[in-house]
Design a protein around this ligand. Structure first.
Ligand SMILES: Cc1ncc(COP(=O)(O)O)c(C=O)c1O
Length: 399
């Protein structure tokens, strides 16, 4: 008999979190580390949101709320989905959790049985495979490499479906690649899912961080998928509120009922004060969000151009989120100072030790040819980062 839980023992620590901890440790040791591993905006939470939280504390809004979220917030989420996503829900189709991560976890647990298959693409967000493992289901991963701009085709989706397919996880704009699926592409994927007993979990956490006139389209708004889709979103990325831990899910009533039940026996309601802050974020308008997106776009433009000038790097243009995901496999097989680069982890280790630059290896996202760089940092840091990366790579030579 295994001394510890076999299921929990089978999952790995989140690699993005592990890199962040390592970078923090190196900084604490006094190293001049430039970390591009953060999955969070570098801006402070807007003032009006902070005020709402302070007001909530002063008004003693500090007790348990309803497990699924307090009614005003639930109603604000219903309105948001209707106004921005063309999704019509009743309040009993909404669940507020401790971050979108928690919402996705609750939904996957509510949907999967042991042996079920869950389809998603690589590159993928780090937590999908581990959550699927926790539900004792199997991940079926569709590879979408740099050549296909990190996007899957309807044909690939069709081929991945088996009688065991239970759910399809879809993420646009994407972490780690920043790619955005357009409406036409989404309609084509939806056609494959038509008349099939497959739930769709649509992770739309980066919905508001879009560039070049891209528009967000929610797969759950397609008529024939309405009842089968759970749409997940949250305030972490759009409102620079990662630490407040508020995410939410809306969709299929029975899945939401089960997910609520699960939450009621694990964490119960998300923090009351954070819910009040999220309510302000969703119900008031502010220029701060647009300003943030403009800054991300300037940085995106800089980093995309600068990276593509570095010899051997292939970086497609991200249209959303705040990451670039670029192919570094041209450097595999090269050496410098006792370092041998043969995969994304050795590439990142080399950059970290040689030039104190923290990137996340693509293997964490299911693509070992690439690395992820977050541009949720200042332009100065990005410029310094490019210089250091160029310097480290220029030292690499063939064996
Ligand atoms: C694609 C994606 N989904 C979900 C989340 C979870 O967001 P949170 O739990 O902070 O709301 C993240 C965070 O990095 C993400 O990148």
């Amino acid at each position: 008999m295994n001394k510890y839980s076999e299921v929990v023992s089978s999952i790995e620590e989140s690699r993005t979190m592990a890199i962040s901890s390592l970078v923090k440790k190196l900084k604490a040791e006094g190293k001049n580390v430039l970390s591009f591993s953060a999955g969070e905006p570098d801006f402070p939470t807007p003032e009006f949101i902070k005020h709402a939280a302070i007001k909530a504390i002063n008004e003693n809004f500090t007790r348990y709320t309803a497990n699924e979220g307090y009614p005003a917030l639930i109603n604000a989420i219903v309105k948001k989905f209707s106004a921005e996503n063309n999704l019509e829900f009743k309040p009993d189709q909404i669940l507020v959790s401790d971050g979108a991560k928690h919402s996705i976890y609750n939904v996957i647990m509510a949907v999967c049985n042991p042996g079920d298959e869950v389809i998603f693409q690589s590159p993928y967000w780090v937590s999908y495979p581990e959550m699927v493992k926790l539900a004792q289901a199997e991940s079926v991963i569709i590879e979408a490499g740099v050549k296909q701009n990190y996007k899957i085709t309807p044909d690939q989706l069709e081929r991945a479906i088996t009688p065991k397919t239970k759910a399809f996880i879809f993420n646009t704009p994407s972490n780690p690649s920043g790619i955005v699926y357009g409406k036409k592409e989404i309609l084509a994927l939806a056609e494959v899912l038509k008349d099939r007993d497959i739930f769709i979990i649509s992770d739309e956490i980066y919905e508001k961080i879009l560039f070049d006139g891209e528009e967000h389209f929610s797969i759950g708004s397609i008529e024939h998928l309405k009842d089968k889709t759970i749409t997940v979103n949250g305030v972490s990325k759009a409102y620079a509120m990662t630490g407040w831990r508020i995410g939410y899910a809306g969709g299929n009533r029975e899945i939401i009922r089960l997910a609520r039940n699960l939450q009621s026996h694990s964490t119960s309601n998300a923090s009351s004060v954070s819910q009040a802050a999220a309510y302000a974020a969703l119900s008031e308008t502010s220029d701060e969000i647009n300003d943030m997106v403009k800054k991300f776009k300037n940085r995106r433009d800089y980093i995309y151009n600068a990276l593509n000038k570095v010899e051997g790097i292939k970086c497609p243009l991200p249209k959303g989120a705040f990451y670039v995901f670029f192919d570094v496999s041209n450097y595999y097989g090269k050496h410098a100072n006792g370092y041998h680069i043969n995969d994304s982890s050795s590439f990142c280790n080399y950059l970290l030790t040689e030039e104190n630059v923290g990137l996340v290896p693509g293997v964490a996202f299911g693509n070992d040819n690439c690395v992820r760089m977050s541009y949720a940092c200042s332009l100065e840091e990005l410029k310094d980062g490019i210089e250091r990366i160029t310097k480290a790579l220029s030292k690499l030579h063939n064996a």
